[in-house]
Design a protein. Structure first.
Length: 411
């Protein structure tokens, strides 16, 4: 993008904010700050916007850089920083890099809205999960919003330069987030090509992340911290009974959150002491032994904790109107709540519900449970997904090279 003088840059940025539907109050705020920045740039003899100019402006007029480093900024101070970051992003990428969308409607152009609606139907026809469809649609909408911001009127104008410029805006996101966004873009580009909206199949051109899932070290709980977590749960109140049962379903049987949220009474085969359900992720049937501690935890919740509502789901939210958990809810707040109550430090590892699955796999591995058996318990399609849990057992890792030439059969 050709470099523009600061005043012209602000005029173009104002038009982009108006296109995105920023409120009158927000526009007035930005205009006031832009006027201050123009006056500051004039005193410094600067005609163009630079990062150094923006930083000097913020420090001179608001003196908040030290607070930024300490993480103690107020909301108003964050907004002042947003002014210079927005200018820098717009100058570099020609668009506004919005990390958080205040409104659910990302797109405003009727043409691109229709494209996204058709893309959703495309994903539904391919039997993608509800969560996957939601993720793909949201990321695709963000990309098309970027396309719209570049003054491109249709998908036929998308090319590799546009795609590469968008990928550059992902700088600063984690590896995993970038990987998920690129996966969404591949699905979108495949859809666009199959429906004649682009002449080229750009899904084949989206770069691959040069890293392997197996390089991650999974988060696991120590026995001491897990006991503290369980002890912090008040099983005398309904919410505590629910949370206790959920945590045991994850830590004892290895269920995914998506499956726990969809459990119904029909899934519990009490006579056979089995829990049978169709997994949301793999669409395969999984049958697990219903252990005594898990079974009684669920029964205790159903009898004395669950609100009396007409819902087929076992686990529901305990705030009116007592609905099931949403598709986007990963139940992380449950773990965070009891960690805080038990004074368990978070550390650097992720400690959501999924970490309890990791812990279960780790415990099974320590008991010399065969890898295929662990895969079956966790509901993995193959042992490659389960192999990541070997990373937490150094002793087992040392043994792995010794068996490379052997064919082991598990009965």
């Amino acid at each position: 993008m050709q470099k523009k003088v600061l005043k012209e840059l602000m005029i173009d940025l104002e038009q982009e904010l108006l296109r995105l539907g920023y409120t009158k109050g927000s526009m007035n705020f930005y205009k006031r700050r832009w006027k201050m920045l123009l006056e500051f740039a004039d005193t410094c003899g600067e005609l163009y916007y630079t990062e150094r100019l923006g930083i000097n402006f913020i420090e001179t007029c608001f003196n908040i850089l030290e607070k930024d480093f300490d993480g103690t900024l107020t909301q108003s101070e964050v907004q002042n920083l947003r002014v210079i970051r927005m200018l820098g992003d717009f100058q570099l990428h020609g668009t506004i890099l919005r990390r958080y969308y205040k409104h659910k409607e990302i797109l405003h152009n009727p043409y691109f809205i229709e494209v996204i609606n058709n893309f959703k139907r495309y994903c539904i026809d391919r039997d993608y999960s509800v969560v996957t469809i939601g993720h793909y649609s949201k990321q695709a909408a963000k990309f098309l919003d970027f396309v719209d911001s570049q003054s491109l009127g249709s998908c036929s104008e998308i090319n590799l330069a546009v795609i590469n410029n968008y990928i550059k805006t992902l700088a600063g996101y984690s590896y995993k987030t970038v990987e998920q966004i690129l996966c969404s873009l591949r699905a979108l580009f495949k859809f666009l090509y199959l429906n004649g909206l682009t002449d080229n199949d750009y899904s084949l051109k989206v770069p691959m992340i040069q890293a392997r899932k197996q390089t991650r070290i999974p988060s696991v709980w120590s026995e001491e911290n897990f006991k503290k977590l369980i002890a912090a749960i008040d099983r005398g109140n309904p919410t505590g009974k629910r949370d206790y049962a959920i945590i045991f379903l994850v830590s004892r049987l290895g269920l995914r959150c998506s499956d726990i949220k969809k459990l119904t009474l029909e899934n519990f085969r009490w006579e056979d002491k089995q829990l049978v359900f169709v997994q949301s992720k793999t669409r395969t049937i999984l049958s697990l032994p219903l252990t005594q501690d898990v079974g009684w935890a669920v029964i205790d919740y159903l009898r004395y904790g669950r609100p009396k509502v007409d819902s087929s789901y076992v686990f529901i939210r305990h705030l009116a109107p007592f609905l099931p958990f949403s598709e986007e809810d990963h139940l992380h707040q449950i773990i965070a709540k009891y960690m805080k109550m038990a004074h368990i430090p978070k550390g650097k590892k992720k400690v959501g519900m999924h970490s309890l699955r990791h812990t279960l796999a780790s415990m099974l591995l320590e008991k010399d449970t065969p890898l295929p058996a662990i895969s079956e318990i966790l509901g993995h399609v193959n042992t490659e997904s389960t192999a990541v849990y070997l990373k937490v057992d150094i002793e087992k890792l040392k043994e792995c090279p010794l068996d490379l030439q052997e064919d082991t059969v598990y009965e």
